[in-house]
Design a binder for this molecule. Sequence first.
Ligand SMILES: Nc1ncnc2c1ncn2[C@@H]1O[C@H](COP(=O)(O)OP(=O)(O)OP(=O)(O)O)[C@@H](O)[C@H]1O
Ligand SMILES: O=C(O)C1=C[C@@H](O)[C@@H](O)[C@H](O)C1
Ligand SMILES: [Mg+2]
Length: 167
Amino acid sequence: MMGTGKSTIGHAIASTLQVPFIDLDTVIETQEAMKISDIFDLRGEPYFRMLETSALRNTGLVGNQPTILSVVATGGGAFEKEENRNIMESYGYTVWLQTDIDEIAHRLASDTTRPLLREENFASLRSRLQEIFNKRKDNYSLASVHVNTDGKSIEQIVAEIIEATKK
Ligand SMILES: Nc1ncnc2c1ncn2[C@@H]1O[C@H](COP(=O)(O)OP(=O)(O)OP(=O)(O)O)[C@@H](O)[C@H]1O
Ligand SMILES: O=C(O)C1=C[C@@H](O)[C@@H](O)[C@H](O)C1
Ligand SMILES: [Mg+2]
């Protein structure tokens, strides 16, 4: 889900484990030389979703060889497509960061970079987030590791995820 901390936590896990970190949204922006909001506006969401799947596929390979251990943060909508879930499951652990909707709304209230969240005020942002979450939660629950982030520091969340992947 957007705003739960995938990029922040993903980066922190990779630093802790000293492995490469890949942020799929950043990969797509670099490759297209365009901000995600511009890709949505100029090319449309289906085109973005196609780029997302192909970027996801490419994160697992360097040439034709599987890459070494790495941490990948996807966009919040990437787990919606079965094809994407299958690619991610073939790579290893998938992590669902669960964050209270009010907390996400507070975090993103002044952030205008997310094309699916162009809301006029806090109440409409909150209800839009709830609507997106309700639509996506069954797919998110298919992730192999579930971590509730509420009231936790980044360090605590990182430690919980690393611990969960040792089991
Ligand atoms: N555990 C946390 N405690 C407090 N703030 C946090 C925490 N995790 C992330 N944040 C803050 O929340 C905001 C959103 O985080 P981030 O960009 O990592 O989310 P995301 O899941 O990658 O979102 P998106 O799906 O849009 O890419 C940032 O301002 C970040 O600093
Ligand atoms: O939740 C989503 O569908 C999205 C989240 C962002 O990370 C970006 O991938 C894009 O804005 C779409
Ligand atoms: Mg992100």
